[in-house]
Unconditional design. Sequence first.
Length: 602
Amino acid sequence: MGVPANHKEGGFYSANSVYNNSVQDGGMDHGHSTMTMTYGPDGRSSFDSFEPSAMLGNNRFVAGNKFFNYQQFGALREGGGVSLFSASYCGLLFATAQSSLIYAALRYCMRPTLMHSLLLQRSESSVVIECLLSIPTTFSFFLGLLSDVLPIGGYRRKSYMITGTLMSFLMCMGLMILSATVDVENSTENQRSDYIVYYMVLIMGATFGTMLSKIATDARVIELSQREPLTTRGKLQINYLLFRTGIEWVGLWLTALLIRFDDDKRNYALRVDPFWAYAVLALLSLLPVPFVLRNCNEPTVEQSDAGMMNEIVAEEGSVAMITTAPSTISARIGAFFRLCQQRAVWQLVLFLCILLASTRFYFGSANGVFVRLAGLNANTTLVTNALKYMTTLASMVLWKIFWSNSSWRRCVCLGIAVMVILETVRAVVMLYIPSMRSQAFYDTIGCITGFTDGIITIFSLIPATEIAENGSEGATQGMLLSFRSTIAIAMRTFSSDWMSDLAPVSLNDGTSHLLLLLLITYIVHGMAFFSVLLLPRQKLDAQQMRVYGGYSTFACIAIWVIFFVFFIYAMVVNLKAVADMRRGLVLQTFCRVIVLPLPRLQ
């Protein structure tokens, strides 16, 4: 089906240029994938994966064979589906296990015990520290883009998995050496304050390494998932998410076993010597390297580029023009930012922004008072943090069994509804039935809301498969993770800082005032339903939107402005708070409840 060169599609001109590519992946031919060159109003070109030749003028239509590959049953690239548990790809699982376990151990086990290890007693804002440890996640886009445009040793993915694990190893070794050489008992208060900075820099560096490895594994999983037929596409990704979440769950159980709450010093203490803990983490960081090298099939960049065939193609009497795929770094970066102008891309980013901004909102003072009503025990909270992951895993299992081919919008609406309804019930019951003000009831409801975290995690990865172009998988997934993390960080600092000052509340103010603030919080959470309108209905709907949705330079600029505004705000507030904490100042603007925050999947 040829498309005349002067044909307009939604204001965009489609040239009759087609090129075929064949990519060798682990000895398997990816075959021919038809691409079209489209031109926006500004004359810039972009590659689309399907030829827009079956537009019927409405939102629902039956697409032609350029839109749905009947020979591959709707797969986005040839090669056939694979199993992560096979000998050829199990290296991905080892890299996933390393990044997940190291991340969970550093964030939920080693970091909370840092004050106790340094014999410091000062007010520590868990909100600030949690946000600081999320900073490496905000750079996910740059890490993903780096892996796309600058391969190491001829590989785009496995080389960065190994680089990330080695970086985590070096940082954990630094933490081990620091723990062995620092004489905390004979150090002054100022010296111990300096040690906080050293430890935090190394912990953040190790977290950065795990994130580098995670982005590479995410991108490789997207590439492999695009080989699955339409009806089963997403199976590999949900298995990957289940495995990753399961490893983090194991890390949280280890945290519950290895740390305890010191009632005298009012902070968490490690049950073992920190030196041995960091030594084990360093050893685990090296474990995946041989498996990634031997059991992680990936074509080299040279093999991929050799498979790109730019030739004259005769199709239904029309002659396609010879085109050249982006090859230089600047060309690839430019192609990605043109990809961001596609409606499917910026609309998905906006969906995540609204979803995260609404569901992460709360009044800091009201939340603190409500938590105190429950009378939480710090040691019990360690266990319930791990139990919450069980419902997160359950949501992923349900999606895999029942919802993988159902409406995306209905799944997200269900997740939002579960959170809003249960939070409202918990607030009303605890405020008006004093006998229900217990940790058992509070944590039971909190664990069930882990279902929503699972749904959000699923739709932070699954849609990326439908919109990622060949060679831009890392930047696409990294962009979604960066937006997710940045919005979450900014909302946590905004809620705990500004909202506490805007709407202060105490136990003496009565239940009505507290309930009003909590209900306003849950109404804001309910506004996440509006974000669902931006989400494609399903896989083919996402493909249709990507091909026929058009471009918007303004929308692309707007989403990146949102990113940098939230990023700068979060960084300024948190770095200032850490500087104040280092000087031993008491931060009045943050929650004083000394319990580990319920973890959020990154």
